[in-house]
Design a protein around this ligand. Structure first.
Ligand code: NAP
Length: 510
């Protein structure tokens, strides 16, 4: 069995004490183990702050962009090996593995390009300057400067490569040294990707450290220039928000958490239309891609009252075509859940949804004797207002159909998700779309507007793009990542400068 080591203070080190075992979720065979016992947490942070930080800050944005491009190339060269590991340790099909790994490679490349465009700058202007005195000689300008601490990244199990590199891309471009901790059940992919990244020589020493296993003890050592970007459940997020590091020392914390993403079929969308086909394809893909273990997956499907049966039948027809099985086999379209505890949670969650509706397909049972398999599961709600549909994220290939009568009824129902990463609206009626955006955008980090006009070119709503903000209010954690250069702000200090306009211009060469 392989031992996953941590890369800390310039070397790969095994942890001590009791280890967690990682398995192949298809066969349930043990693959590896890891532990972070015995690591020197204050030493790791010191290494980031005193070695990695100064080395990154010595570089311009363009030079850090080159660093990201080199990382992207190194991961691309190891792509096949990483895909294979993902199939084994995360239970992903080849296509789902590519979604994660190509997402990592692409996001690094996108931020490399942002770096190239920023050129020789080391400070960013934040918005336009403003005249403060009688003449423009006394001028004000907000700027963003790199912070001096470490960027601690705590990631979820479902995107071991993308989650690691989308956060790292923003942090490294901002000159923040990274301490990465992936979700343990699928950490083999992240571990190997980290090895590839470090072996590439692209990174100055101290710019990237990697912890396999628990990272909780590091919170006792964080200080106010450090930042934590967390992706995971709202339960863990609540624990982190309550740590003295956050409450007393004001360590920055960005949270990307649960989300009961909605897909709304507009009343104007006729069966057989382009928008209707797009709606069906996206919902079926969202439910089954990565076995539904996607924070942006659709969980609540809102359908005009009276059409719920027909929509369920159409979706079931699509879902029945999805072959569930060993992800290593080419005919398989959906693999197992990533871990035994995921299987337990998803089965229990389906059972709770089922009590408030009827099953259109799937159900609360293992789909195979061995491995963490469940079938794609669609629940038809008896009562769209039942709490369970709006409060419980079942993190698997599971969604519910919720009928709505009018726009006035629909809006508060969608809002009961209490904050989401992405909401998708399918309609060609611009008045309906406008109402949806005005009423529902405050509950969303991103709204995806599906229509006949963009159907052919569109990327699905579940896909997170580097150029658009990822994150959402309320239940989704209240955080924000990516969004082009917006993603850098979390790792930088916004400072208002007031002084002679010439001095400010020298600081911010165009
Ligand atoms: P999780 O159990 O909350 O774990 C997330 C991360 O936190 C893991 O790395 C975990 O480490 C770590 N962790 C757990 N307890 C901790 C503690 N006390 N102190 C510090 N770190 C701690 O979530 P998960 O099961 O991995 O992921 C599934 C959840 O993530 C779902 O709810 C999903 O919606 C959400 N998610 C959200 C997004 C988003 O962008 N909004 C993206 C993906 C997933 P171990 O693995 O070692 O326990």
């Amino acid at each position: 069995m392989q031992t996953l080591t941590s890369y800390v203070q310039g070397q790969w080190k095994p942890g001590t004490g009791s280890a967690v075992t990682l398995v192949n979720p298809t066969s349930e065979a043990a693959l590896a183990q890891c532990s972070s016992g015995g690591l020197d947490w204050s030493g790791i942070l010191r290494h980031a702050r005193e070695v990695g930080g100064p080395a990154l800050r010595a570089l311009t944005f363009a030079e850090r962009g080159v660093l990201l491009k080199n990382l992207s190339n190194a991961l691309h060269a190891a792509r096949e090996e990483l895909i294979e590991l993902s199939i084994q340790n995360a239970g992903t099909t080849r296509s789902d593995a590519k979604f994660d790994i190509d997402g990592a490679i692409g996001t690094l490349a996108a931020y490399a390009q942002y770096g190239a465009e920023l050129g020789s700058k080391k400070i960013l202007a934040d918005g336009e300057g403003v005249q403060l005195g009688r003449s423009p000689r006394f001028f004000g300008q907000h700027v963003l400067v790199p912070r001096l601490g470490a960027a601690v990244h705590v990631n979820a199990f479902n995107f071991p490569a993308w989650n690691m590199m989308e956060k790292a891309a923003c942090a490294l471009l901002s000159a923040s040294p990274v301490i990465e901790k992936p979700g343990t059940p699928t950490a083999m992919v992240a571990w190997r990707a980290a090895q590839v990244a470090l072996a590439s020589g692209a990174l100055p020493e101290g710019a990237f450290q990697f912890v396999a296993g628990s990272i909780s003890p590091i919170f006792d050592h964080l200080t106010s220039q450090d930042s934590v970007a967390f992706t995971g459940s709202s339960v863990t997020a609540a624990l982190l928000k309550a740590t003295p590091a956050v409450v007393q020392r004001n360590v920055r914390l960005n949270v990307e958490a649960d989300s009961l993403n909605a897909a709304v079929l507009g009343p104007d969308v006729e069966p057989g239309s382009e928008t209707y086909s797009l709606f069906l394809a996206n919902v079926a893909q969202d439910m089954t891609q990565k076995t539904g273990q996607k924070c942006t997956a659709v969980r609540r499907v809102f359908v005009p009252k009276g059409r719920e049966r027909a929509v369920a039948d159409d979706l079931v027809a699509d879902l029945k075509r999805i072959h569930v099985g060993d992800p290593a086999e080419q005919t398989t379209r959906m693999g197992p859940l990533a871990s035994a505890s995921q299987l337990q949670d998803v089965i229990a969650g389906i059972a709770r949804l089922e009590k408030a509706g009827t099953l259109a397909c799937g159900g609360a049972a293992r789909a195979r004797e061995r491995g963490y398999f469940v079938a794609p599961t669609l629940v038809l709600a008896r009562e769209a207002g039942a709490d369970v549909f709006h409060a419980e994220e079942v993190f698997g290939p599971v969604a519910s159909i919720l009928p709505y009568g009018s726009t006035a009824e629909l809006v508060p129902l969608v809002a009961r998700g209490a904050g989401a990463l992405v909401g998708s609206i399918y309609s060609n009626d611009s008045a309906f779309v406008q109402t949806m955006v005005l009423e529902l955008a405050p509950w969303h980090g991103r709204m995806w507007l599906g229509s006949d006009k963009m159907a052919e070119q569109s990327l699905p709503p579940g896909m997170v793009l580097p150029a658009l903000v990822h994150g959402g209010p309320g239940r989704a954690g209240g955080g924000e990542e990516l969004g082009g250069l917006r993603g850098l702000a979390f790792y930088m200090q916004r400072t208002a400068l007031a002084g002679f306009k010439g001095v400010l211009s020298d600081l911010l060469p165009s």
